[in-house]
Design a protein around this ligand. Structure first.
Ligand code: IMP
Ligand code: MG
Length: 173
């Protein structure tokens, strides 16, 4: 049986917020084509839901980065999968699951910037201000959260709990 995970952001709250974000993006870009870059693995569920609320022409690309070993930050960002297509002159939105210290996303934004997009924005599902070490501006934010280790809606603990439809607090006990 699956262990109990305390609900931190409910399925209903997530649904509403993701719809609002999609509507905001649709309004901001209008008829312009947007290239979404989803950071795997954590953002895959958020990204799939968000895309279905975006009405502008949209393309999707994936990158995979890793900066953690279990709960611990390794202090470096490993790129496990790079972009497959040219994004120069595209309006790009990078989609991340959670901005914690800001290390991963700062590294990825720099990397994407070097590929000369027409514009580049950041959309993060969660943001934890308490851990911030590398200051980043989140253009589209789902929820600001406390300094807790969270799982569900794409977020994992050692690969588990991504399938939970809500965000829960992972308690090691
Ligand atoms: P940062 O580089 O410290 O900002 O860490 C960001 C990455 O760590 C995210 O992309 C997540 O994959 C992971 N991460 C940070 N906080 C959590 C959490 O509460 N639950 C699951 N993964 C997390
Ligand atoms: Mg991540």
């Amino acid at each position: 049986m699956k262990r109990d995970i305390e609900i931190y952001v409910s399925e209903e709250e997530i649904k509403n917020r993701v719809q609002q974000l999609g509507e905001q993006i649709s309004k901001d870009y209008g008829d312009q084509e947007v290239t979404i870059i989803a950071v795997l693995t954590g953002s895959f569920i958020f990204c799939a839901d968000l895309l279905r609320h975006i009405t502008c022409p949209v393309k999707i690309e994936f990158i995979m980065a890793s900066s953690k070993d279990g709960r611990k930050s390794t202090g470096t960002v490993d790129i496990k999968l790079d972009l497959k297509r040219d994004i120069s002159d595209h309006h790009v939105i990078l989609i991340e699951d959670v901005v914690d210290t800001g290390l991963t996303v700062t590294h990825l934004l720099d990397m994407v910037k070097k590929k000369n997009p027409k514009s580049l924005k950041l959309c993060a599902f969660l943001y934890k201000p308490a851990q911030m070490k590398h200051k980043v501006d989140v253009d589209y934010l789902g929820f600001e959260v406390e300094d807790k280790f969270l799982v569900g809606y794409g977020l994992d603990y050692n690969g588990l709990y991504r399938e939970l439809p809500y965000i829960g607090v992972y308690d090691e006990k």
